[in-house]
Design a protein around this ligand. Structure first.
Ligand SMILES: Nc1ncnc2c1ncn2[C@@H]1O[C@H](COP(=O)(O)OP(=O)(O)OP(=O)(O)O)[C@@H](O)[C@H]1O
Ligand SMILES: [Mg+2]
Length: 256
């Protein structure tokens, strides 16, 4: 089947979300297609996390329509097709009683009946996910003792363990040093290109990855969708929405 005939992974029509008498998101319409690599930017409080929570059914829209893999969100059940790494997922207590391996194994529980034994397939998927994130050497370490960047990789491996078709990451890079960040983006890009995993991630440092990403969504109550991130500055209303976008969106290609 040609990709052109597949329905989008997410199809969002005229989504509105208000809470405590405030409009948080208004008139959001967007589609996310198989194989895309999308970055979402926007000011603090602009509604990025809320949009993702709406897409995942964790928050109910005031009005509007969301389809996932062609199905209305309320009928959608195949959540293992979607890997999600929430904002601040990597912040765990130092004494959190689990190893990196334990955490990644949790990514398989939706595929398995509760309390059933781990199958060969589960073991293999966990191992593959850890290999992809280059953390096999951290297997037996307690997560609380890992560095922030290492813990982030563990959380992403957990999301990958269910072999998702799409990976959604909410600011996966906060507090990670610049070299680790660049390696991390290379890794995401590899997952996208070589494993054909659709990637959507929220970030505040779009400059580092402007070369790679396919589309850029700017969210500040409404959404501006930029099909060519390198031309983001010329996107209609972009500077109005983001205020300082001129400093955030630039191309690093020639600086290395
Ligand atoms: N359930 C809710 N009830 C009340 N207010 C909410 C609710 N969910 C989100 N908000 C508000 O909506 C706004 C958007 O929040 P959100 O967390 O989506 O922003 P964000 O773009 O992810 O910001 P950041 O970059 O700081 O993570 C905030 O003002 C927040 O307080
Ligand atoms: Mg957020």
């Amino acid at each position: 089947m040609s990709i052109a005939f597949k329905s989008p992974i997410f199809d969002v029509k005229n989504l509105n979300f208000s809470a405590s008498g405030q409009d948080i998101l208004a008139h959001i319409s967007l589609e996310i297609f198989h194989g895309e690599y999308i970055a979402i930017i926007g000011p603090n409080g602009g509604g990025k996390t809320t949009l993702i929570r709406l897409l995942l059914g964790l928050e109910k829209p005031t009005t509007g329509n969301i389809k996932i893999f062609g199905k209305d969100l309320k009928h959608f059940k195949e959540w293992n097709k979607i890997g999600f790494v929430p904002q601040r997922a990597a912040q765990v207590d130092q004494n959190f009683p689990a190893t990196a391996l334990d955490i990644v194994r949790m990514g398989r529980t939706s595929k398995r009946k509760l309390f059933s034994r781990e199958s060969e397939e589960d073991i293999q998927a966990v191992d593959d996910a850890m290999a992809k994130m280059d953390i096999l050497n951290l297997k037996d370490k307690m997560v609380g003792t890992l560095s922030g960047g290492q813990r982030q990789r563990v959380m992403i491996a957990r999301a990958l363990a269910s072999n998702p078709e799409i990976l959604i990451l909410d600011e996966p890079n906060t507090g990670v040093d610049i070299v680790s960040q660049q390696n991390f983006y290379k890794l995401l890009s590899k997952l996208n290109k070589e494993e054909n995993i659709t990637i959507v991630f929220i970030t505040h440092d779009i400059g580092v990855i402007a070369d790679d990403i396919g589309r850029l969504f700017t969210i500040n109550q409404k959404a501006i969708i930029c099909n060519d991130p390198k031309a983001a500055l010329s996107c209609e209303d972009m500077s109005d929405l983001y205020g300082i976008s001129a400093h955030l969106v630039h191309n690093h290609k020639h600086e290395h």
